[in-house]
Every structure is written in structure tokens, then in C-alpha cells.
Design a protein around this ligand. Structure first.
Ligand code: SF4
Ligand code: FES
Length: 362
């Protein structure tokens, strides 16, 4: 059956893979692209014009570190002219006040700063960048001075899970509107570093209880989004809100992907914005249509009443763990491959909670 394709809502634009930090859970591919493979300014702008024509409402400007692109203000200005909401996702360690002012003048709508730890020593240890924490705090101050909304993104794993209360205190202290407690998702670099990063069950449960209590206490003061780790869940998360359903990703060299990790699925090939119109890629590309809708689903997903909730989970996780991207996500308790994640007694496992808007990953 042909699946009807609606307009996309959001784009995650990975403007570059260059980054001053070296986080062990980076969501960029294990094979990073060098600067000479990046799209030039005119091609990015032409691509965003096409995205606006497609009906895109918001673009997350990401990387790597997107502020390393000298043309970022031009890109923001183009999106702003077209009425597209822009969110800058930055590590903020190389940002200057002058550049942030230029982004603001160009029409930037929102800034998200990642903190690798809630304490200076943790931020430095995980990102491997000297004085990173102080630089981030300074950048957060500039964001507030310029009147931009601020989100703190906290990727959580074994090395910083004990700092979750400190992340909340930090977000309150710097006046953030929103805090993303985003447990690391295990594909790409994080999959390779799983043993070092995966927190134990008790630490995850303490975190869940704390976040639930604190979210209620801080209602109206701080919006806390929370993504639990799949490895302790009974059901998977609705990855990307469904494959090819609402959003797509553009890589630094112009490949258009249904999710940021899609190139890890080696059985798929992806089109580039330099070779095919964006609308045609979104509506017709084989890689997008392969897992759209429900026809591709195997049992137990096909007859499951949760298929409208999680869309069968994550294709990249299914491929990484089973070698078959069409398999039921092993995070699901009904998956025949669930044993690969079954590291805790089932009675104590938790359900995934994806509250608020999910970064086309964390
Ligand atoms: Fe989701 Fe498939 Fe599991 Fe049902 S069987 S909960 S659709 S992953
Ligand atoms: Fe690719 Fe989930 S990360 S579908």
C-alpha cells in the first residue's frame, strides 16, 4: 500500500562534524567528515530555501560545533527571512559574545547549550576541553543578556548520573527555561563505548524518581524533558517520531537522512541535496519509504496496539543489535532479541518517557 507523505516539520542540520570537544557518546558517525567535504554557503542556503518551500517550521543548527561555520549568521538570516524557527545547538566553548550578537541580529530564535557535567571537573573530563565549564557559563550569560530563550542539554551516562540534581540547580542558576535530561542513546560512538557509559539499574531508578518529583515541584519554573535509557525499558522510544514522518537530518556533505544515525544502516543508500531536489528526496527516496507507515513491520509490531505510539522503535538500534533494520527494536519486551538488552529483572524495568520535544536525538 502506498503511504501518504505529509510535509516535514523539522530539520536537524549538521553543518559540520568539526568539534572542539571529544565526548565518548557523540551522536555523529564514527567516520567523521573533514571540512573540505562540507557544503558551501550557497548550497546550504539553497537547501534551506527548498526546506522552507516544503513547509518546514523549525531548523536545529547542529554539528559537530555549528558555530565553527563562518557563514552561520548568513544561514540564520536566510531561515529567519523565510519565517523558520532556528535553534542553535552548541557546546559554546568557542563562542564569542560578538558572534552571538551577530546570530541574534540575523534572527536566531533559541539557544541550546550542552553541559557534559554539572561540575567543572566533570565537564572538562568528559569533553576533554580546558575551562569548558566556565566558558559555557559565560556563554549562557550572554544568551540571557540578549534575551534569547535557553535550554540546557545534559547527556546522562554512568560518569555523570550522580549529578542530575546538580544539573537542575545549574539550569535554575543560569536562568534556563528548559533542561533536557537526555540519557545517552546507544548507537554510533556510544554503542562502541557502552561498557564505560551505561549506568547501573539502581542509579537509573534513583534518577527517574528524582526527575519525576522535581518536574512536578518546578512546574512553571523550569521545564524538564526526560529521556530514559532504552536499555532499562519495556518498550522502545518513538525514535524521530517515526521514520520519515515529521523530520529529517542533513549531513555536512548534504546527505538527507531519516535520522542522524541512519548511515549506520549499511543496507540503505541515501540521496544528496546536490543531486536531487529536497522535495523529491523527502517524498520519494527509497531510504525514506523503506520504513514509512506500517507495511514494512514484522510481527509482533504489525498487530501490536502500540505501533501508533512507538512506530516499532528505532531502526538503527534494531540494525546495530540484530543486523536487520526491519526487526522489532530489541528495546521492546516483545522482541525475540530483547535478551540482548535484558540485563535487569523484568519486574523492575521502567517504561520509556519521552516528554516534550525530543532532539532529533541527544
Ligand atoms: Fe512497539 Fe513493536 Fe514492541 Fe509493539 S511490538 S511495543 S509496536 S516495538
Ligand atoms: Fe535511527 Fe533511531 S536513531 S531510527
Amino acid at each position: 500500500m502506498k503511504v501518504s507523505v505529509g510535509p516535514p516539520l523539522g530539520v536537524l542540520a549538521e553543518l559540520t562534524h568539526r568539534c572542539p570537544l571529544q565526548c565518548g557518546y557523540c551522536s555523529n558517525p564514527v567516520e567523521l567528515l573533514k571540512a573540505d567535504r562540507e557544503l558551501d554557503t550557497a548550497t546550504w542556503i539553497h537547501t534551506f530555501e527548498q526546506a522552507a518551500d516544503l513547509g518546514i517550521l523549525q531548523v536545529h543548527l547542529s554539528g559537530g560545533e555549528p558555530t565553527l561555520r563562518r557563514d552561520l549568521d548568513e544561514i540564520i538570516a536566510c531561515l529567519s527571512r523565510r519565517g523558520v524557527y532556528t535553534n542553535l545547538i552548541t557546546a559554546a566553548v568557542t563562542l564569542t559574545r560578538e558572534r552571538l550578537e551577530a546570530f541574534c541580529e540575523a534572527g536566531l530564535d533559541h539557544v541550546q547549550i550542552s553541559f557534559q557535567g554539572a561540575k567543572p571537573e566533570t565537564t572538562e573530563l568528559i569533553g576533554r576541553y580546558r575551562n569548558a565549564h566556565e566558558k559555557k557559563l559565560q556563554a549562557a550569560g550572554w544568551v540571557r543578556d540578549l534575551g534569547l530563550p535557553l535550554t540546557v542539554n545534559a547527556p546522562i551516562h554512568k560518569l555523570n548520573i550522580s549529578e542530575v540534581p546538580d544539573f537542575v540547580a545549574l539550569a535554575l542558576e543560569i536562568g534556563a527555561e528548559r533542561l533536557e535530561i537526555a540519557n545517552v542513546q546507544y548507537y554510533g560512538w556510544a554503542y562502541l563505548n557502552r561498557t564505560a557509559l551505561l549506568p547501573n539499574y539502581d542509579a537509573v531508578m534513583r534518577q527517574v524518581e528524582y526527575v519525576e518529583k522535581t518536574r512536578q515541584e518546578l512546574t512553571g519554573i523550569l521545564n524538564i524533558d526526560f529521556v530514559t535509557p532504552d536499555y532499562y525499558a519495556d518498550y522502545p522510544k518513538p525514535c524521530m517520531g517515526g521514520w520519515g514522518k515529521d523530520a529529517f537530518v542533513i549531513t555536512p556533505d548534504g546527505h538527507v537522512l531519516p535520522c542522524h544515525a541512519a548511515q549506520s544502516i549499511t543496507s540503505l543508500t541515501f540521496d544528496k541535496v546536490t543531486e536531487r531536489p529536497l522535495r523529491e528526496i523527502w517524498e520519494q527516496a527509497e531510504a525514506f519509504n523503506r520504513y514509512r507507515g506500517y507495511d514494512w513491520m514484522p510481527e509482533p509490531c504489525r498487530s501490536c496496539d502500540r505501533k501508533d505510539v512507538d512506530f516499532g522503535g528505532c531502526r538503527c538500534q534494531a540494525f546495530a543489535m540484530t543486523g536487520d533494520a526491519a526487526a522489532t527494536d530489541p528495546a521492546c519486551i516483545k522482541s525475540p532479541d530483547h535478551g540482548a538488552l535484558r540485563i535487569m529483572p523484568s519486574a523492575k524495568r521502567i517504561h520509556p518517557r519521552v516528554i516534550g520535544r525530543e532532539k532529533a536525538s541527544a
